[in-house]
Structures are given as structure tokens and as C-alpha cells.
Design a protein around this ligand. Structure first.
Ligand code: SF4
Length: 338
């Protein structure tokens, strides 16, 4: 709820108007969602609101011994498990959140989609992932990437409401520029998002340089070809003025040759864009393997020669199943067995 909505809700429950500000602060400044801990409310007032607050719990967490990355498995009010990753970079802490339980996009290199889409996450469930990471670590978060399980533009209204809430000046007040939304390329929604003129970073999961290859990796490419997808990205830049990011997962022997690097350069030349190369994490259920680091460097050099702005994504938490969907799946299997 926004502050106005919360005020209306509180008054509807018979609480004084000023209580809304207190409850809002508990949630958005102290990250407390449990009414029994809201100590400046009377017991009677706590009773009136306690059943409407989301009960989200940490089920388990894995901490990387390599870089301190933490992966949380969170249990939603209906028992759905979702993953959130907290990463420490030199420029600040970043949280990667999930926007759906499961995903129906079917990208072949991804573990999150194997069981299909279960449901969309509520804005509160996305907020809580960020807040829980801060509460658990005692550290502030300066960047949010909506890049975990789910296709954010397939849960458009809830994701936009989440962005609205986390950037609200009454709440955590994060700058829009500190948020990256990553999509596999739902073209009409990219255009709709552009028209909202938010200052968030838009990242497209590109992963291929021809329609045929993209179709073999990502079923979404059956619906939208590369030309119209890149045109939508150009539109996003024209309307918002925000530099684009192209995510390119390198899959060994599939899309990581020198020809691919040259074709990729040609595709996006002249766009105000940045390429993020991601050596894929191997997924047990998929046959895809990551590209060796010398080959990744070679790929990067070709892009640079073509004056494309490029970085290699640092593999965070590779020892803790940090690739999207892997912990959630593993947990599901453990539950099935027991
Ligand atoms: S990569 Fe993203 S959009 Fe594709 S299946 Fe996985 S979660 Fe869904």
C-alpha cells in the first residue's frame, strides 16, 4: 500500500490517522512486518492489523565462501519458495529479486522455468525480499536488479507498483536509477514501460545474434523477432534517454564463436548500449555449459574492437547455486524425497 492507501485502511480499521505513518515506518524504515514488534502501537491496535500483514519467512540461506554472496530461500504466505540474492560489490550492495514463482518463458538455459509459472509475486513480496536482505545483513542496499526467477514484464502491474513503492520518499526512497529491470523481450510491454518514462535501467536478455539461434534458446523469439525487439529497445532509449544493457549469456559451442561476436557488434552498433557477457552457470537438468574464460576474453575483445561497451559479469556465489532457480528447484526435490 502507498501511504495514502495505508491511511485509508487504518482509518477503516478504526485506528487514528497518524498511526499509518508509524506502521509505514516500521515496514519501510525498520523492515518489520510483524505487528507484535510495532512497539509504539497499543496491543489493541496491533491486534486489528496483524492478520493483514504478510507473513514471509526465511526458509534457508547459503553464504558463498568465495565472495560473501548470500542466497536466501524465502517462504511466501502460501508456502511458495522464492530466491533472493544479496551481493557485495565495491560500488555498494546489490539485491537480485524474483518477480514470479516459476516462469512460463521457457528459456532453455534456465532452471527457473522447468516447473512452469506458479504465480505472480505481489509488490509486498518483492519489497520484502529487499528488506529482508537488509535486515539479515545489517547493511544497506544501493542497487536492485529484477533479474531473479520470473519475467518482470509478465507481471507488469505488480512490478511497476513495487518500483513505485521502493522509490517512494515516504519509504526506502531508492533512486529509480539504482534499479535494473531485465526482460527476455516482451516487445509491447517494453514499449509500454518506455512510455512510463521511468529512469530505471532496462536490460534485454539477448543471448543470440540471429532469429534462428534465438528461437532455439528462447521461445519468446517465436513471438518477437530480433528486428522488432531491438526496435523496441531503441524506442526505450529514445523516450527515456537511458542507456540500454544487453545481457548475453555465453553458452559453450552454441553462441560464443568469433562470428557471433562480430554479428553481435553489427546488430547493436550505433545504439547507446552496454553489453554484459555472462558465462552461464551449468544447470543439472540442461545440457548447456559455460564458455571457458579465455574464450570469454576473446569474445569481449572482438566487441571492444568494434567499439562496443562491454563488461564480463563477475560470477557471484558460484559455489552456492546462485544461478536463477537452482536453489528453489533443489529444495523442491529435497521436499519430494522426504
Ligand atoms: S531466463 Fe528469465 S525469462 Fe527466461 S525462463 Fe528464466 S526466469 Fe524466465
Amino acid at each position: 500500500m502507498t501511504m495514502d492507501e495505508l491511511t485509508e485502511y487504518m482509518m477503516g480499521k478504526g485506528l487514528a490517522k497518524f498511526r499509518a505513518k508509524q506502521v509505514y515506518e516500521w515496514m519501510h524504515k525498520h523492515f518489520i512486518f510483524d505487528a507484535s514488534l510495532m512497539t509504539n502501537l497499543s496491543n489493541a491496535d496491533r491486534e486489528k492489523i496483524k492478520d493483514d500483514l504478510p507473513v514471509i519467512e526465511e526458509e534457508t540461506r547459503l553464504v558463498s565462501k568465495k565472495d560473501g554472496t548470500i542466497k536466501f530461500l524465502m517462504k511466501m504466505p502460501d508456502g511458495q519458495m522464492i530466491e533472493t540474492v544479496f551481493m557485495r560489490y565495491h560500488h555498494g550492495n546489490s539485491v537480485c529479486i524474483s518477480s514470479q514463482a516459476g516462469c512460463r518463458m521457457g528459456c532453455r538455459f534456465c532452471a527457473s522455468t522447468i516447473g512452469g509459472l506458479v504465480r505472480n509475486l505481489e509488490p509486498s513480496e518483492m519489497l520484502y525480499q529487499v528488506y529482508h536482505a537488509m535486515k539479515a545483513t545489517g547493511e544497506r542496499v544501493s542497487n536492485i536488479v529484477i533479474m531473479g526467477t520470473g519475467e518482470p514484464l509478465d507481471n507488469y502491474d505488480n512490478v511497476l507498483r513495487f518500483i513505485d513503492l521502493i522509490t517512494s520518499e515516504n519509504g526506502y526512497n531508492l533512486s529509480e536509477r539504482s534499479i535494473t529491470l531485465s526482460s527476455c523481450g516482451l516487445v509491447p510491454k517494453i514499449r509500454e514501460l518506455a512510455d512510463r518514462k521511468l529512469q530505471i535501467t532496462f536490460a534485454l536478455s539477448l543471448h543470440a545474434t540471429t532469429d534462428e539461434e534465438r528461437r532455439s534458446l528462447m521461445p519468446v523469439a517465436e513471438r518477437y523477432n530480433l528486428k522488432e525487439t531491438l526496435e523496441a529497445c531503441r524506442y526505450y532509449f529514445d523516450v527515456t534517454g537511458r542507456r540500454l544493457t544487453f545481457e548475453y549469456s555465453l553458452v559453450r559451442g552454441v553462441n560464443d564463436s568469433e562470428d557471433h561476436a562480430r554479428r553481435l557488434s553489427a546488430l547493436i552498433r550505433g545504439m547507446n548500449a552496454h553489453v554484459n557477457l555472462i558465462p552461464v552457470n551449468p544447470v543439472e537438468e540442461r545440457k548447456y555449459k559455460g564458455t571457458a574464460s579465455a574464450e570469454v576474453e576473446k569474445f569481449k575483445n572482438i566487441l571492444e574492437k568494434n567499439r562496443i561497451n562491454v563488461t564480463i559479469r563477475k560470477g557471484m556465489g558460484s559455489d552456492i547455486d546462485a544461478a536463477c532457480g537452482q536453489l528453489r528447484r533443489k529444495y523442491g526435490k529435497i521436499q519430494e524425497k522426504s
